[in-house]
Design a protein around this ligand. Structure first.
Ligand code: CDP
Length: 233
């Protein structure tokens, strides 16, 4: 049973969030997204020449994304280097961005996306994807939509939005955790992973609660971008 969340949030409540863009002077686009004690910083370079050249595509651009955790982002000090988890997360972020950015407008070019987690308290792939999509928009890349991502899941009998690390680890064998990303205005899911076991009915509920959360994140992303571009004019 999990009747009261550790941080007293309602089951469908997100952690407090912050979003800003244009935080890195030497990138074409950049963004920071914080949700509770999870924070990601993203930088976008390009469109630029494809390197190595053999990856070039004649009819569309290429997104190359790298996710990494800063050593001080977790209690145990994250090991330096690119491990299997970093690789997997980089891939799922790339796949989601491929659906969001209009790559056909950049044949023979590459967009380099770097995402760094400065604080981790679960949900880092979602926070990273949200930050990366804001950074792409900040770089002026034409997009079908922003990506808004959040994890939802089940702890005991309760369907929960935006799990913390403490919640993920709460149950024996861990909670069920489902990172989800949407293109909200298209009502398209661009990332859905499942860690744990869940019934079909519960999965539907988890996706629904995730969608509600993603729409709130989407509003914050748009606000951050509007703030940035109204400041510039
Ligand atoms: O971060 P996300 O939930 O997307 O992915 P995960 O692989 O399920 O990791 C869950 C959480 O474990 C992270 O957000 C961190 O809080 C924690 N973690 C850690 O403490 N040390 C690591 N080397 C990796 C993850």
């Amino acid at each position: 049973m999990y009747e009261q969340r550790f941080d007293k949030r309602a089951f469908d409540e997100l952690r407090p969030m912050e979003a800003e863009t244009g935080i890195i002077a030497n990138a074409n686009g950049s963004a920071r997204f914080r949700i509770g004690n999870t924070e990601a910083i993203a930088a976008v370079y390009g469109p630029q020449e494809v390197k190595p050249k053999h990856l070039e595509k004649v009819d569309r651009g290429l997104i190359v994304c790298k996710y990494d955790m800063m050593p001080f982002s977790v209690p145990d000090r994250a090991k330096p280097g690119f491990d299997r988890r970093d690789m997997e997360i980089s891939d799922v972020i790339t796949n989601a961005l491929n659906r969001a950015v209009l790559l056909e407008e950049f044949p023979r070019s590459m967009i380099d996306v770097r995402v760094y987690v400065s604080q981790a308290d679960a949900g880092t792939r979602c926070a990273s994807l949200t930050a990366a999509s804001m950074a792409c928009a900040d770089a002026g890349l034409p997009m079908r939509d922003l990506v808004a991502a959040v994890a939802a899941g089940k702890i005991g009998d309760s369907i929960c939005l935006d799990l913390t690390k403490e919640e993920e680890d709460f149950h024996e064998g861990g909670a069920t955790d489902v990172p989800i990303a949407f293109l909200p205005s298209k009502n398209e899911i661009v990332l859905l992973q499942l860690d744990g076991k869940v019934s079909r009915e519960d999965l539907k509920k988890i996706v629904e609660i995730g969608k509600l959360g993603a729409h709130k994140i989407y509003e914050l992303e748009k606000k951050a971008l509007r703030r940035r571009f109204s400041n510039e004019s």
